[in-house]
Structure formats: structure tokens, C-alpha cells
Design a protein around this ligand. Structure first.
Ligand code: AMP
Ligand code: MG
Length: 496
């Protein structure tokens, strides 16, 4: 057997395992994967591999593919599945946990920017049942794995805080959903897999010492500089509040709807995690619901900022044994101003404004109202706006109500004239913030349909394009326009 999986097979540590190994199954269970049959590499993410100190030869070696399909032979890895609980659709759901995910270990990578070493969790999703699988099979179907793989990299490409995906493996192992499908694995790479629901789990079990131990673990791993600070738990909750606010501001600015903002799907570090029935806006619609199972629209696009606040409230509740309630209330107060500040800044940047000023609020809101009334495609509009001028017909023609748009455009022109920035300077800046490509559902669907026939070329194309969504990609021009009519028939729900 080749050594090629050794960068992952041999070099992983497991600080999470070490921190709690004397506590029985309190925080996690040690698990053994059930390897997939005849695994085939669908795609590997060479960009991320390189960041992790791996290369494309490592990623295509059969030993590595087997490892990524859950075959641990030749390694000493001891994977763990973490336990957590959570509020699902606003209701306490009790214990959940890694039902189809297991963390192989943590890879230490030197961060070129900070010079510090950072640990990345290396996790397999879909490698078999765990004690937290309940009645499910611990598997992930190819289609949902393609969606997670592509979307996490698309979000990273857009500059949104997110977990990453290292590779995607398909197999001949059958999975039984409505039809028989093939089982796949995604290797998810994240700074942390600890969720709001990880803290809630111990709070609701009345185990305050376990809440404290988990908070101390997060601080030791991510914020060692706080370890001796008597405000360390205030710092931790405040960090969760501000990073979640910034993440959701990014979602709103790029037009991303997560779809299942349950507290078990919220990362303590504020990274986007658990890509299921997500969706990007086509025509601007604040009431957009991407999750077919979300009949009441709890997680609709416009509700995301307030759900973020609701989820943080649930997290703060689980910190009640660590901090007095006044401190928690104070920490939560940072949410709205942080969200607004970041959202306004991001929207101003999308508009090519160097700075957000108070009057820009009505400029932004009036624009969003026009986009909604005229059912204008959100991302296409902003990309076209980069080329704004008095006689940009393509932009004006996006609106049924042309005069209303003219009125807005007049005010926008006046606003642009107030800032010392040339049209070329504005164009360059705007092209780097308004993507040409987003992962619309129909694009993922096209990649899925081909992949289910054994043709992975569309996955490869989309990965390349979405990792660099601000660039022109001549081979993918057809993905830069409006979605086709059939896109409306795609329905995505939680089941995957
Ligand atoms: P999600 O909707 O993906 O966030 O999953 C909610 C919970 O259900 C988590 O605890 C998952 O681990 C678990 N889960 C989802 N799908 C499966 C599956 N196929 N097998 C086992 N557990 C699953
Ligand atoms: Mg989840």
C-alpha cells in the first residue's frame, strides 16, 4: 500500500479526544467508519489541499481515496462522533449529534499570514452510522454531497466565513431514500465543529461542569490568549455574537439562504456549516424560502438576521452557569449593531461606495424595493451595476418599471459624484465584490444529474468557477445568466 494518505493518515492529532478521554462518552463516542464499496474520487479540491500542505498527487492516490471513503487500514486513526443537541425550527429537539459525520482528527497547518499554527478538523460526512444516528443509516447520498462540496467552496470563494470541503468520493454502496441512490462521502475541513447545540446539550442535561469544560476547550484551542483572563467566557460569547452577526451580514449581502438555521447547525466560531437545502436568490425576494420543508418560512431569507439573534439567545441561555444574566444580555446587545454595520458596509461596497453614510440607507432600501417589485435577479443586477453609466440600457432593461429605475439611478449618480473615485476605479472595485457566478440550484442540479451517470465533469467545472466567482470564465458563460425556466421545478428539502 502506498504512503500517500499519510499526510492525513499519520499526521493527525486529536485535541478534542484528548481533552475529554477520561469522561466516557460524555462529549463524543469513538467510532469506526463503515467504508464505502468501490470508492471513486469525484473531485478533489486542490486549492484547499495546497493550503493544508497536501498536493494533487496525495489527493488522487488510491490509499487516500480509500481513506476518504472510510477505510482506515494502515492508519492509527481513532475517529470520533461528537454529541450535541439543539433547537430545530424553534423547538427543543433534545439529543442529536454527529449521526453521519466523524472527525478523523486535526491537522496542524501553519497559517502563512499569522505565522501561527492552526488546527483543522478533518471530518468525513457519510462514512457510516454512529451512536447518534438514531434510526438513520449514517450515509450521505451523492446529490447532497455534491451540494455541500460545491457550496462550501462557493461561499469561501465569495469571502463568506465557512467550513470547507477537501474531496468528494462516490461509491457502489447503495443508500435507500425515495429511490436507491449511491452513497458518497465529503471530507469536511473546519476550524471547529462545535455548535451552539454542543453547549445546549450540557446545559439542558444540567451538567454545568461539562458546559464549562467545553468552553475551556474552545478557548484553549482557538483563543489561548484568553485562558488566564477572568472575562474569558464573556469574550467567548461576545465573539460568537459578533462573528455570527458578521456571517449573517455576509449571507444577506451575497443573497444566500441557509435553509436550516437550527441551533445544531450554528458554529461557535461563526462559520457557515451544514449545507443542506440552501439556496441563492435569483430574483430578489425577501420572502424566499429555500427549504421545501419550511412551510412557515421560519428560515426565509429576510428572517435570517433575526433567527441569528434567536439562536444566540439559545446559546447565551446555555452559558447561564458560566455568567450572570446581565453579562449575557450585554453580550447579546452587540448583535444588531454589528450586523447592521457589516451589512451596510457590504452593501455600500456592492454599490461601489467607498464609505457608507447615513443617507445611503434609503438608497439601498429603495433599490431593494425596486428589485423586489420588478423581480430583478439579485446577482445579475449587481454585476451589471458595475458598468453603470447614464446610458447602460442592459441595466435599465432589467426593470419593468423603467421610470422608477431612472429615478433611483439619478440619485445613485449624484451619490457617486460625491466621492473621489474614477469610473474605472469603481468598476475594478465593484467587479471584485459582485460575483459573476453564484451556485444557483439548477447548476448544482446539472452537476448532480451528470454525476449520477458517472460523468463528473460538471462538478469539476463548477468547482473551478465558483472558487473564483468574480472572474470571467469563458467555458462557463452559460452559467452567468438567468436560470432556465425548469429551475423553478427543483425542490430541495432536509432529507438527504
Ligand atoms: P442536518 O439536518 O443534516 O443538520 O441533520 C440533523 C441531525 O440528523 C444531525 O444529528 C445529523 O447527524 C442527523 N442525520 C441526518 N441525516 C442522517 C443520516 N443519513 N444518518 C444518520 N444521521 C443523520
Ligand atoms: Mg446538522
Amino acid at each position: 500500500m502506498s504512503d500517500a494518505h499519510y499526510p492525513l493518515g499519520k499526521n493527525l492529532q486529536n485535541t478534542f479526544f484528548e481533552a475529554f478521554k477520561d469522561q466516557g462518552d460524555l462529549h463524543y463516542s469513538v467510532v469506526a467508519p463503515s467504508p464505502l464499496n468501490n470508492p471513486v474520487l469525484v473531485s478533489s479540491n486542490v486549492l484547499l489541499a495546497t493550503e493544508l500542505g497536501l498536493n494533487s498527487e496525495h489527493m488522487t492516490d488510491s490509499a487516500m481515496i480509500n481513506l476518504m471513503a472510510g477505510d482506515l487500514s494502515g492508519t492509527k486513526l481513532q475517529p470520533i462522533a461528537a454529541v450535541y443537541s439543539g433547537h430545530q425550527f424553534g423547538v427543543w429537539a433534545g439529543q442529536l449529534g454527529d449521526g453521519r459525520a466523524m472527525t478523523l482528527g486535526e491537522l496542524a497547518v501553519d497559517d502563512i499570514k499569522t505565522g501561527k499554527s492552526q488546527l483543522w478538523d478533518i471530518q468525513l460526512k457519510g462514512a457510516g452510522a454512529t451512536p447518534y444516528s438514531r434510526f438513520a443509516d449514517g450515509r450521505a447520498v451523492l446529490r447532497s454531497s455534491i451540494r455541500e462540496y460545491l457550496c462550501s467552496e462557493a461561499m469561501h470563494g465569495l469571502g463568506v466565513a465557512t467550513t470547507r470541503a477537501l474531496c468528494l468520493v462516490n461509491s457502489e454502496t447503495p443508500v435507500y431514500r425515495e429511490d436507491v441512490e449511491s452513497a458518497a462521502t465529503v471530507c469536511r475541513v473546519a476550524r471547529s465543529h462545535i455548535r451552539f447545540g454542543s453547549f445546549e446539550h450540557f446545559h439542558y442535561r444540567n451538567q454545568p461542569e461539562a458546559v464549562k469544560a467545553l468552553a475551556d476547550y474552545v478557548i484553549a484551542r482557538h483563543f489561548p490568549e484568553w485562558a488566564e483572563n477572568n472575562q474569558k467566557y464573556v469574550k467567548l460569547i461576545t465573539h460568537a455574537v459578533t462573528e455570527t452577526a458578521k456571517m449573517i451580514a455576509q449571507w444577506q449581502a451575497v443573497g444566500f439562504a441557509h435553509g436550516v438555521m437550527n441551533t445544531d447547525n450554528m458554529s461557535i466560531l461563526g462559520d457557515t456549516i451544514d449545507y443542506g437545502p440552501f439556496g441563492f436568490l435569483d430574483a430578489y425576494n425577501p420572502d424566499f424560502i429555500c427549504n421545501h420543508s419550511d412551510a412557515n418560512g421560519r428560515y426565509s431569507f429576510k428572517n435570517q438576521p433575526s433567527v441569528g439573534r434567536w439562536n444566540l439567545n439559545a446559546l447565551a441561555t446555555s452559558f447561564m452557569s458560566l455568567l450572570p444574566s446581565e453579562a449575557l444580555v450585554t453580550a447579546l446587545k452587540d448583535y444588531e449593531p454589528t450586523f447592521l454595520q457589516h451589512y451596510r458596509h457590504l452593501m455600500a461596497t456592492k454599490l461601489g461606495l467607498k464609505e457608507y453614510t447615513e443617507n445611503d440607507e434609503s438608497l439601498i432600501n429603495n433599490l431593494l424595493r425596486l428589485l423586489e417589485e420588478n423581480k430583478v435577479d439579485y446577482s445579475l443586477f449587481f454585476r451589471q451595476l458595475c458598468y453603470f453609466s447614464n446610458d447602460n440600457r442592459a441595466l435599465r432593461d432589467m426593470f419593468v418599471g423603467r421610470e422608477a429605475f431612472d429615478g433611483w439611478a439619478e440619485l445613485y449618480m449624484q451619490r457617486l459624484n460625491q466621492q473621489p473615485l474614477s469610473d474605472e476605479g469603481r468598476l475594478t472595485a465593484m467587479l471584485q465584490t459582485n460575483p459573476k457566478y453564484i451556485l444557483r440550484n439548477y447548476m448544482a442540479q446539472a452537476a448532480i444529474e451528470k454525476a449520477e451517470q458517472g460523468d463528473y465533469s460538471e462538478v469539476h467545472l463548477l468547482l473551478e468557477v465558483l472558487q473564483n466567482p468574480f472572474k470571467e470564465h469563458t467555458q462557463a458563460g452559460h452559467y452567468a445568466g438567468l436560470p432556465p425556466d425548469w429551475a423553478e421545478t427543483i425542490s430541495v428539502s432536509c432529507s438527504s
